[in-house]
Design a protein around this ligand. Structure first.
Ligand code: TXA
Ligand code: MG
Length: 326
């Protein structure tokens, strides 16, 4: 196990077998999902789960999403209110996480839920994630595979650069299609949007036939990872920028002249897929200041704007005791 540098495993039967063996031995394996790369461990093995928190430098009260292969596994772990069952049938496998009541008798390590009586469950659609979950045959706890508070990884290179010395393997699936994390919906019992993400809220509301409640400051319901400074690049970000000021690079959207353009044609799906890769690139080029074009706030634009606002938020100084998110 680590600290040998992480193995980069190919997207083949042999690579999947090796990744599954690492999970079975309590190892940490980064794997692609259609949203971002996850840092996986056996959700029933507390020592393995503790290693996730250690590798990410993550506050331990921040619960992890558990990834499952099929509905039987999901029903073994959590109770599904009717609305949750409806969303799972419509959108799983896919970029949706459901926060559900945890069943009393499960094998899930209490570290995964950080002591909560709910659990975040997700069935990913990425073929490599599905094959890994099928072969491993158990629930896999996986937050995004980045140091806590940093930009989420959408390519194996991002994972290796950030966590290569701390984890056992990365299953190489190339770039992620969706590029922003899953949408999170909880049931309290009202279906509530906890985090905008890769599945547009509009699609969820169409399916349910009503609006999602919002988890805002006043409601007392939050996703613990939704702390305002998150997804932080080293550079400062200036949002809704209509021009580049001296010393800035421009991350564009639509028909603007920019250093990198999320989608010159103004396509939000393309922009989401490029978001974290382009932030990684501009940050690595070391400009210190990134201006970002305005992004429309509908569909995947809501998730993009959420991540950009968090990336632009003032940081808690190190050691202040204020945690960053996942
Ligand atoms: O797309 C994704 O969701 C990726 C891939 C790897 O699946 N995962 C991901 O995980 O983004 P992470 O840990 O970076 O973010 C999970 C979020 C956190 O904000 C956490 O607080 C919240 O889910 N969460 C997990 N379990 C929860 C629970 N029981 N109640 C409320 N929020 C929960
Ligand atoms: Mg995260």
């Amino acid at each position: 196990m680590a600290p040998a540098p992480a193995e980069r495993l190919p997207a083949s039967e042999a690579g999947i077998r090796r990744a599954s063996e690492w999970l079975a031995r309590g190892g940490l394996v980064a794997f692609p999902t259609e949203t971002v790369y996850g840092l996986g461990a056996d959700a029933r093995n507390s020592t393995a789960v503790a290693r996730i928190f250690e590798a990410k430098g993550r506050p331990s009260f921040n619960p992890l999403i558990v990834h499952v292969h099929d509905m039987n596994a999901a029903h073994d772990i959590a109770e599904f209110p009717d609305d949750a069952e409806r969303l799972a049938s419509a959108f799983w496998p896919g970029p949706l996480t459901l926060v559900l009541p945890l069943r009393a008798e499960t094998a899930i390590s209490p570290l995964v839920t950080a002591g909560l009586e709910t659990i975040g469950l997700r069935m990913p659609a990425h073929p490599l994630a599905q094959k890994l979950l099928a072969r491993f045959g158990g629930p896999v706890a996986a937050p995004s595979a980045n140091t806590s508070g940093r930009i989420s990884p959408t390519r194996p290179e991002h994972v290796l650069r950030d966590l290569g010395a701390k984890i056992d393997a990365v299953l190489d699936g190339g770039a992620c299609d969706v590029g922003v994390e899953s949408t999170i919906v909880g049931f309290f019992p009202e279906p509530t949007l906890l985090r905008p993400g890769g599945l547009p809220r509009e699609a969820i509301e169409d399916c349910l036939g009503r609006a999602l409640a919002r988890a805002d400051a006043g409601s007392g319901v939050t996703s613990p990872g939704q702390l305002s400074s998150h997804y932080a690049p080293a550079s400062r970000l200036r949002l809704n920028a209509t021009e580049r000021k001296p010393g800035e690079v421009l991350l564009g959207f639509g028909a603007v002249e920019a250093d990198l353009n999320l989608s010159p044609s103004g396509n939000l799906v393309e922009a989401a897929a490029n978001l974290f890769e382009y932030l990684h690139r501009l940050d690595a080029s070391g400009p210190g200041a990134i201006a970002v074009s305005p992004i429309p706030d509908h569909g995947l634009g809501a998730a993009i704007n959420d991540r950009l606002r968090r990336a632009a938020a003032p940081r808690a100084p190190n050691g202040s005791g204020v945690p960053a998110g996942g």
